[in-house]
Design a protein around this ligand. Structure first.
Ligand code: ASP
Ligand code: MG
Length: 630
């Protein structure tokens, strides 16, 4: 018998009618021949109200007591949901996280799941019950109650599904929320955004980190790691929703499946960083030590032995980041700058691995909209650009948008991101994302619900072997390291920081049929940008010539430098962003060997670096050793 895990969020349990609707959905799944586990969040704004109550007592509540308090929100929901199921004539039993054996680490309010016991769950299910389980909570090994961080019930649901799967069940996880599914972009900003029928785990991870807001990133990481098929559906309807599943062939035909906006990040830049082994490690290890997660990192080549490292952190972490880095910057003789409000716009698509021209098209659309790019990074399946918002810009209201008081903070930020919203619309239109396509309005492979993956697929085997070595279920997973040895790098120094320049450069390179792999752009001196990218070594001469010709037209003062022998190295995995230590581990391993990093690029599922070609194999071997990849 299959196991269905259904998760209902706070807004889907706001009142008695909605709780009854959730109960009905659970009963229907049971009558469909499944064993059913329902994971619930606290009703409506309960968690916020509890936080406010604590604030009435003290400005500094103890973390332990805070978790004791917050966990009560979900406890109300489990009891009410079980009662509603009883009232409709079915058997149900409720459990808290600690009762079921959801074991976490010790980090109150941000705990990570280490493991889940399934014996009690199994027993209750086998006795014919619908099990109603509190999301967001667990206990550490000293039996203290912990919570998983805001929005953590998604993570509970997928983790429980994963644990049942590991225990041999055939599982599926349904996430019920207040939207119909995952859209090509935020429909509140772009009204013609299209609902997708299916999206891959990696695409969803790259979208979710950017405030797409539909699901907690950590839950998608669980789904990918343990191969749990997920579907996001509307709690108030029977619409089919969006499947989040392993990547399949048809997805690789689609270069861009979605565009996302993140408006809650701050950009920091370190200029004049000595270009020698170990420096990036020193910087990012320090941030990891104080648990600051860095999002976009762009290190560009730099002239005269100096590099520029730009990166973003959450706005809320900006001051702490500045404080942490000031002494290091002084030590390195580098200048630390922070810039104004920034917005990040990213395009995501599995097809980017094989399709070219995506960056060029994105930059052209932004250039046509008169939008200037402050920083660029590219990942395996994502390209992100950073736009600087004008503080003084007015905030136009969109017709039909919900009143500000009702929307989440991230959305409020997004509303203020005037340029970001404009960019989002321009890019969404340029890729024709409102049109029906496979996986978004047009059927692809029949059913999106995946068949269990065959064990012979090497990627799957690698991941399973890596998962088997994890100590905690939620530990970061680095499943493969790859080397692309035959690359060259081109760097443009002193490129004027004006809309359209990147677009012009990549257009010139692309019309020569040259495939650009990694792109990094940083601002260096005021009004000047430094743009680096890699091309296949065989194309270097042609690419260099095309770049020089076009750059001369932009500004005869720019310099173009070609570097013939570089290698691109990247590690792929799960949890690369939510865990602070991956970049530290990667940069640290290279620093220990004295291998210099020339360029860095990060995304949710991939961290890439450029090193000298002569040391490529050695670098690959040392990363495999560092991350215990066979
Ligand atoms: N109740 C918790 C929160 O509001 C967990 C959740 O909703 O997923 O953050
Ligand atoms: Mg909630």
């Amino acid at each position: 018998m299959g196991v269905v895990v259904q998760k209902f969020g706070g807004s889907s349990l706001r009142d008695a009618d909605l709780v009854r609707e959730a109960a009905r959905k659970a009963i229907r799944a049971k009558h469909g021949g499944n064993q059913v586990i329902v994971v619930v969040s606290a009703q409506g704004n309960t968690t916020d109200d509890l936080i406010a109550k604590a604030a009435e007592m003290t400005a500094r509540p103890s973390a332990r007591e805070m978790d004791m308090l917050l966990a009560t929100g979900e406890q109300i929901s489990i009891a009410l949901t079980a009662m509603a199921i009883h009232d409709l004539g079915e058997k149900a039993v409720s459990f808290t996280g600690p009762q079921i054996g959801i074991i976490t680490d010790d980090t109150h309010r941000k705990a990570r799941i280490r493991g889940i016991e399934t014996a009690r769950l199994r027993k209750a299910l086998d006795a014919g019950n619908i099990v109603v389980l509190a999301g967001f909570q667990g206990m550490n090994r000293r039996e203290e109650i912990t919570t998983l961080g805001r929005g953590g019930s998604d993570t509970t649901a997928v983790a429980v599904a994963a644990a049942m799967k590991l225990a041999g069940a055939d599982v599926e996880c349904e996430i019920y929320t207040d939207v119909d599914g995952v859209y090509t972009t935020d429909p509140r900003v772009v009204p013609d955004a299209r609902k997708m029928d299916a999206i891959s785990y990696d695409e969803m991870l790259e979208m979710a980190s950017m405030g797409a807001g539909v699901m907690h990133s950590r839950s998608i990481e669980f789904a990918k790691k343990f191969d749990v098929p997920l579907v996001v559906r509307n709690a108030r309807s029977d619409a089919p929703g969006t499947w989040i599943v392993p990547e399949s062939d048809w997805m690789r035909e689609i270069p861009v499946c979605g565009v996302a906006l993140a408006a809650d990040e701050a950009r920091l830049v370190l200029e004049g960083v000595p270009d020698r082994p170990g420096v990036s490690h020193q910087i990012f290890a320090e941030l990891a030590n104080v648990n600051i997660a860095v999002d976009m990192i762009a290190q560009s080549a730099g002239g005269g032995g100096k590099a520029t490292i730009g990166f973003t952190v959450l706005n809320a972490e900006r001051d702490r980041t500045l404080r942490t880095l000031r002494p290091i910057a002084a030590d390195l003789g580098a200048v630390l700058r922070e810039t104004g409000r920034v917005t990040k716009v990213s395009v995501v698509g599995a097809g980017m691995r094989t399709h070219t021209g995506v960056a060029e098209k994105m930059f052209a659309a932004l250039s046509a909209a008169g939008i200037n790019l402050k920083m660029i990074t590219t990942g395996d399946i994502k390209i992100s650009v950073l736009i600087e918002e004008d503080e003084a810009a007015p905030v136009p209201a969109e017709p039909g948008e919900p009143p500000a008081a009702k929307v989440k903070q991230a959305h409020l930020d997004a509303q203020k991101a005037v340029l970001g919203r404009k960019a989002l619309r321009a890019v969404h239109a340029a890729f024709g994302l409102a049109q029906p396509r496979k996986g978004a309005g047009v059927p692809a492979d029949g059913s999106f619900k995946p068949r269990p993956a065959p064990l012979v697929v090497p990627g799957v085997r690698d991941r399973e072997a890596a998962v088997a070595r994890l100590e905690g279920m939620e530990d970061v997973l680095v499943s493969s390291a790859q080397l692309n040895p035959d690359q060259s790098r081109i760097t443009i120094l002193d490129l004027p920081d004006r809309p359209g320049n990147c677009s012009t450069v990549f257009n010139a390179v692309a019309t020569g049929g040259i495939v650009v792999d990694m792109i990094v752009q940083n601002l260096t001196a005021p009004g000047k940008a430094e743009l680096s990218f890699t091309v296949p070594r065989a194309d270097l001469t042609r690419a260099l010539k095309r770049t020089q010709d076009v750059v001369r037209l932009i500004d005869p003062g720019c310099r173009v430098v070609g570097d013939g022998d570089v290698a691109v190295l990247f590690v792929l995995g799960v949890g690369m962003r939510t865990h602070t230590g991956v970049a530290r581990g990667m940069f640290g391993a290279l620093a220990d060997r004295g291998i210099n990093i020339n360029m860095i690029n990060t995304s949710e599922v991939c961290v890439g670096v450029v090193v000298d070609a002569a040391r490529g194999e050695e670098a690959l071997a040392c990363l495999k050793e560092a991350f215990r990849i066979e």
